[in-house]
Design a protein around this ligand. Structure first.
Ligand SMILES: Cc1ncc(COP(=O)(O)O)c(C=O)c1O
Length: 405
């Protein structure tokens, strides 16, 4: 799907109303669009290809429920995510636990909550989980996360950098099987490349992973039932980028599975699943020309959407009102007293002025919870959903007095 830059009539009216009502920056989520997308994705899921949702992308309960209703299990990576997911009616057997920072206490809490599918990211995690599982007379299903070597390149997930995710193959080969008797080890997990739109690149990455991990699993003497490839499917952030076709993804997953002898392929999607269905709305506070550059200063910036500062990649933007003025470049900044609060240099109509509202698209994933909301004590953004024609406000904007003490 290309970037949805235009709201339909109903959505426009809803957003207009929210602008007047909230008078503060907010995220607007199109849950009908999300529901439609997920029902397409779930229709291609088979026993062999299973999709989960990595809820770090957006843990709003209304969003979790749409995933649940479309048959997705949920991947969690913290106690907070576990609680949110359980509160949203997801059953423990439909929860997968990933993340490099699992303490003994956390592993015990997983089992106490009856969450029994765990991606272990270190030898320590395996041995701790084994001991706890023994004490609790349980046998959780386990995948071992592997950090592979690549020729070159970096990514938010590390690429070829050394990161905390998983153990390298040589370390896994030291696994002491005597300390795994209470674990049901089903396969391996590898995820090092994020936001990739180039289908050929995804194909190359997944083939390399499937080949090397299958060899490793055989050397380790563990089951080759499940290979979990994590996420990594990109979405366009500029109009020149093209969306991937999920049918192509599926063909690759099937061929990877068959070629290397893996029983099942799992993925836990974040960005591709939910990114296009969120829009961040914020107001222009000021406009000025500084040393020849036209600048806009907004009500919200990296305090609400940090991704542009973290990755250097802006969210695509539009002026909310209609304008026939010619487009021009603006260097766009949020309200924080740091030059890092830069949302990019993007085109907007020449007549954009203080009081106008801007809409940053593709911000349904890695938006609200990836911000740095407390710095400078501006309002926290509200979250608004539209579903089956109804508009709801699960979160009002919060003022500094709501959390400062
Ligand atoms: C273990 C794991 N799986 C899946 C994802 C989702 O990745 P993406 O948003 O690229 O689909 C993440 C994101 O960081 C992750 O850490």
């Amino acid at each position: 799907m290309p970037i949805t830059r235009v709201f339909n009539k109903e959505q426009r009216e809803a957003v207009s109303k929210m602008i007047n009502r909230l008078d503060s920056s907010f995220f607007f989520y199109d849950l009908d669009g999300l529901n439609h997308h997920l029902s397409d994705l779930s229709s291609i899921m088979t026993d062999d290809i299973k999709l989960w949702y990595a809820c770090k992308a957006n843990p709003l309960s209304a969003i979790l429920k749409i995933f649940r209703n479309n048959g997705f299990g949920i991947d969690v990576a913290s106690k907070g995510e576990i609680e949110q997911v359980l509160r949203s009616g997801i059953r423990p057997e439909n929860i997968l636990s990933t993340g490099p920072s699992k303490s003994r206490k956390y592993l015990r809490e997983l089992l106490e909550e009856n969450i029994q599918i765990v991606v272990c990211e270190s030898l320590n995690q395996v041995y701790w989980l084994n001991k706890i599982a023994g004490e609790m007379k349980m046998k959780p299903k386990v995948l071992l996360r592997v950090q592979m070597e690549w020729e070159e390149g970096t990514s938010v997930l590390g690429g070829n950098q050394i990161t905390p995710f998983g153990e390298d193959a040589s370390t896994w080969l030291k696994l002491d099987h005597a300390q795994t008797e209470n674990l049901d080890i089903r396969g391996l997990h590898v995820f090092q490349w994020g936001n990739i739109l180039d289908i050929k690149r995804l194909e190359k990455i997944w083939h390399k992973i499937a080949a090397q991990t299958h060899e490793l699993a055989e050397k380790l003497g563990i089951s080759t039932e499940i290979l979990d490839l994590g996420g990594g499917i990109g979405i366009p952030y500029t109009d020149s980028e093209k969306d991937v076709n999920f049918k192509d993804i599926l063909d690759i997953l099937h061929s990877v599975k068959a070629q290397y002898g893996w029983g099942k392929i799992w993925m836990e999607l974040g960005r591709y699943a939910v990114g296009p269905y969120g829009h961040y709305m914020t107001q222009v506070i000021d406009r000025k020309n500084v040393r020849g550059k036209e600048l806009l200063i907004l009500d919200g910036g990296v305090n609400h959407i940090a991704r542009p500062a973290l990755t250097g990649q802006p969210f695509p933007v539009n002026l909310f009102r209609e304008s026939d003025a010619a487009p021009r470049d603006f260097q766009i900044h949020g309200p924080l007293c740091t030059a890092l609060d830069n949302l990019g240099t993007l085109q907007l109509p020449e007549d954009t002025e203080p009081g106008d509202w801007l809409c940053f698209h593709q911000s349904g994933a890695y938006g609200f919870t990836e911000g740095m909301p407390f710095f400078l004590c501006h309002n926290l953004p509200a979250e608004v959903i539209m579903y089956e024609g109804n508009v709801m406000i699960p979160r009002n904007p919060k003022k500094a007095e709501d959390w400062l003490c």
